[in-house]
Design a protein around this ligand. Structure first.
Ligand code: PHE
Length: 441
């Protein structure tokens, strides 16, 4: 029956007690913004692809969003107690099936295909998260990887082959800060399977390739901003490499860009752990991988102020990007369509205490903010612009916790009347009681 199976695009999955997919999420699964011509997410994807030419790199843009926990976590070496696996962070179809939380879910399978020297994957990814102008439970990522094979490089010399490939990469004159050594025994270790000069060559190829991506994107962003606003601060581009940790790469880094007075984290990357290649049946491969979020980049590139706009079907939004897919030089800054007024409402409640047994002292219920976010998202949909906690205190006598959240309601399509906002807010309040057992104040 429909209650114990989840069906989407002709595929069915049994549900179990892990199922936590709210109905509103499923509407978005089939949109595929990253392959919609002239959509800003798709344009951003193409601009990044232009830096990783075919046939060296093969593009995969159609992988299905539902994957196994093996693909999303185990194949990448995520430990069993990794917080990313929790039901508060991830959408589960059932205990062994999830909506992918990152494009890295397809790394191992794509290595196994062994179909090219490199690849790019673009896809929609899903995470339970806060609600605000820059967070949405569905967003898009791009994964890239480049491999070299010990058996086919000249003389089996990986380092020499990689350095020869680095010579062929386009040069740039952007200022790069990279204060750390290429590897660090504790913080960012060389893998035991790699010789130092191999890992260093791969890291250099990775860094130079990704610096090229930043130059490509931010030069275009700057040009569009200057065309729209001659007063735009035209500073030279700067990036810096920061040591990072991912379960499936070592050493690992994040790349940050200095943009309009702030350092922005734009991507994560590293030298792929040899166990991934071994488990994928291609033990002679070595290489790098990176992952980049497309919304953040598209918002900077076009100056799009609100992440919900990517889901808009309003021609006043979509028509602004016509013709850019065919010629990136047509790229223009987004001109905001007039904003309708916002309306905020507060909700205050006592958390349920889970046990009031004698002497038990009344332990507080398990509370996770994402549960609030999801209830608001489920009831109000895109009309909820932003949700944040404004107050929290524990009663000195009873030990109960009181919380207050402020919800900002705003439609992208029209003016919400106060009555409409009240009606939505009442339903949110009701659901908080029903689902979380809170006591409204
Ligand atoms: N999957 C990582 C994330 O979502 C990014 C990443 C991809 C890091 C590939 C290293 C290599 O944060």
């Amino acid at each position: 029956t429909s209650t114990d199976t989840f069906t989407i695009e002709g595929k069915s999955y049994p549900k179990d007690s892990w199922h936590n997919l709210p109905p509103n999420i499923t509407f978005y699964i089939s949109r595929r913004l990253h392959t919609t011509k002239d959509h800003p997410i798709s344009i951003t994807r193409s601009i990044i692809e232009s830096r990783f030419p075919s046939p060296t790199y093969k593009y995969h843009n159609k992988f299905f969003p539902i994957v196994t926990t093996h693909q999303n976590f185990d194949s990448l070496g995520f430990p069993l107690d990794h917080p990313g696996r929790s039901k508060t962070d991830t959408y589960y179809i059932n205990s062994s099936t999830v909506l992918r939380t990152h494009t890295s879910a397809h790394q191992a399978d794509t290595f196994r295909l062994n179909a090219s020297e490199g690849f790019l994957i673009s896809a929609d990814v899903y995470r339970r998260d806060a609600i605000d102008r820059s967070h949405y439970p569905i967003f898009h990522q791009m994964e890239g990887a480049r491999m070299w094979d010990r058996r086919t490089v000249p003389n089996g010399d990986i380092a020499a082959a990689v350095w020869a490939d680095i010579e062929r990469l386009p040069k740039h004159d952007m200022k790069v800060e990279d204060p750390n050594p290429p590897t660090h025994a504790e913080r960012n270790p060389l893998q035991k399977e790699h010789r130092r000069e191999e890992a260093e060559a791969i890291a250099a190829h990775l860094k130079r390739s990704l610096e090229g991506v930043v130059v490509e994107i931010f030069t275009r962003a700057k040009r569009a901003a200057l065309a729209a606003d001659p007063g735009f601060r035209d500073e030279p581009l700067r990036v810096r490499w920061i040591e990072a940790y991912f379960p499936f790469t070592s050493p690992s880094w994040e790349l940050e860009v200095f943009w309009q007075g702030d350092w922005l984290e734009v991507l994560g990357c590293g030298v792929v752990k040899q166990s991934l290649f071994t488990n994928a049946g291609v033990p002679d491969q070595l290489g790098w991988a990176f992952g980049i979020g497309l919304e953040r980049i598209a918002m900077l590139l076009f100056e799009i102020p609100d992440i919900r706009l990517f889901w808009s079907k309003d021609p006043r939004f979509l028509d602004q990007f016509k013709g850019v897919s065919d010629n990136f030089n047509n790229l223009r800054k987004f001109v905001p369509v007039s904003k309708y007024p916002a309306c905020y409402k507060d909700v205050a409640f006592w958390l349920k205490s889970s046990s009031s047994a004698a002497g038990g002292g009344g332990k507080e219920m398990e509370f996770h903010e994402n549960d609030i976010m999801e209830i608001v998202r489920d009831v109000a949909g895109d009309v909820a612009e932003d949700v944040r906690m404004t107050d929290s205190f524990t009663h000195p006598k009873t030990g109960r916790r009181s919380m207050c959240y402020r919800i900002n309601y705003r439609s992208l399509e029209r003016t919400l009347t106060n009555e409409e906002a009240n009606e939505v807010h009442e339903r949110v309040r009701g659901k908080l009681v029903e689902k979380l057992g809170v006591e409204l104040r």
